[in-house]
Design a protein around this ligand. Structure first.
Ligand code: RFL
Ligand code: PHB
Length: 402
């Protein structure tokens, strides 16, 4: 068995693992990433598109924002449509200057992978059967197989950045973790197409036929989503069907601008709210989707992953640069506080914008729940104060200092 020693072992080369790795490498903290699939496979997952200011600033601190700053599109607002009525949420005016940036997760990941390769930091892609040993001890280990060879990675700390289906969370004994979960009775069918978007800004659309989202990756590439029942099969959705249904859900002003074309990617994502408490187990720290999932309606998943990364990065710098270990015990509390805000906002936006049909929700008929949510949406969109509540959460609450 080959033995490798490092300071921080990172499981997962998604945006959480790569961003943490880059920040640590920049300040001389050694780290090794162990990833189950290939780099190309990671880059094939389309996912997020909207970055909060906190994310952008962290990427700058990591020296990873060169292309993001050049090519990312600043969005000063977004829209919420109710049928054909479109309400613009003026993020910049309502928050006193805050905005979001539209730059795809794939591009963030590609930039971070490039920097990691340039820095010569060690990454094991296609690592099989990764297992964590002795997370409570001062010398935890990760064992895995790579190209037929058995490896043992000895380290001081393990960052579990391995997403919702990873192994890290499972290492925490069930008796010391509480899992909070809500599974929604619908998913999002997403399509990426090489067509100009219907608008310069993102449009969340509540319609009688269910929710739709009109988003983009650039001025020539659109990303659309449709709310679909949770058991829907992607094979049953031809491009023609998708565009026809989208047309029925977008407001008239958007339909007039809609350009259709072949889909480059089409997939269905389930919607779930999930939080694992605790996010720390000895010297194992859960980061990003490994610890929490939000429904994508608030554009918060990747942004919450970044705030976890920011917190863990500061904790580890305190350890290695100042010999101060007091932050280790605070990671869980600080990270979870912001996570719960993101969870609440995503759950709220999802409930207000989706259609539950006649499915019972929270002990009431779907139609009753829908009326409550309709009234809630009317109330928040109907006043500047209400819009500000949406805006300040959409741009992202500030990171807490540790
Ligand atoms: P990831 O991206 O899932 O990466 C985890 C990595 O760990 C690897 N892995 C393992 N490696 C080694 N050994 C094992 N046993 C392993 N098991 C797993 C995996 O292969 C993978 O490479 O988690 P991470 O890094 O925490 O990043 C989280 C984000 O990907 C996620 O939160 C966002 O994509 C969520 N999200 C959005 N977030 C936003 O902030 N803004 C958005 O606009 C937004 N839109 C979205 C979204 C997610 C979506 N889907 C598909 C769920 C839109 C959609 C449709
Ligand atoms: C996306 O562009 O993929 C996107 C944008 C906003 C969301 C979710 C997804 O809330």
């Amino acid at each position: 068995m080959r033995k490798v020693k490092t300071q921080v072992a990172i499981i997962g080369a998604g945006p959480s693992g790569l961003l943490l790795g880059q920040l640590l490498t920049r300040c001389g903290i050694e780290n090794v990433i162990v990833e189950r699939v290939s780099g190309e496979y990671v880059l094939g997952r389309i996912r997020a598109g909207i970055l909060e200011q906190g994310f952008v600033e962290l990427a700058r601190e990591a020296g990873a924002a060169e292309r993001l700053d050049q090519e990312g599109a600043v969005h000063e607002g977004f829209s919420i449509a109710q049928g054909d009525r479109v309400h613009r949420i003026d993020l910049k005016a309502l928050t006193g200057g805050d905005v979001v940036v539209c730059y795809g997760q794939v591009e963030v990941t590609r930039d971070l992978m490039g920097l990691r390769a340039d820095a010569g930091a060690m990454t094991f892609y296609q690592a099989e059967d990764a297992m964590i040993y002795e997370p409570l001890s001062s010398s935890p280990r990760v064992k895995f197989r790579h190209e037929g060879e058995e490896l043992e990675l000895a380290c001081d700390f393990i960052a579990g950045c391995d997403g919702f289906h990873g192994i890290s969370r499972q290492v925490i004994p069930a008796s010391t973790r509480t899992e909070h979960e809500r599974v929604y009775p619908f998913g999002w069918l997403g399509v990426l197409s090489e067509t100009p978007p219907v608008d310069d800004e993102i449009m969340y659309c509540k319609s009688q036929r269910g929710f739709a989202l009109a988003s983009m990756r650039s001025s020539t590439r659109s990303r659309y989503y449709l709310q679909v029942p949770m058991d829907e099969k992607v094979e049953d959705w031809s491009d023609t069907l998708f565009w026809a249904e989208l047309r029925r859900r977008l407001p008239k002003v958007a339909v007039e601008q809609l350009v259709t074309g072949p889909s480059i990617e089409k997939s269905i994502a389930p919607l779930r709210s999930f939080v694992c408490e605790e996010m720390r187990y000895g010297n194992l720290f859960l980061v990003g989707d490994a610890a929490h999932i939000v429904p994508p309606t608030g554009a918060k998943g990747l942004n919450l992953a970044a705030s976890d990364v920011a917190t863990l990065y500061r904790v580890l710098r305190m350890v290695y640069e100042e010999g101060d270990r007091s932050g280790l015990a605070r990671y869980n509390e600080v990270a979870l506080r912001r996570v719960w805000h993101g969870e609440r906002f995503s759950w709220w936006m999802t409930n207000m914008l989706h259609d539950y049909g006649d499915m019972a929700v929270d002990g009431m008929a779907g139609s009753t729940f829908s009326r409550f949510m309709q009234s809630q949406l009317d109330y928040y969109l109907g006043s500047e104060h209400g819009q500000r509540v949406i805006a300040e959460q959409y741009v992202g609450l500030p990171y807490e200092q540790i």
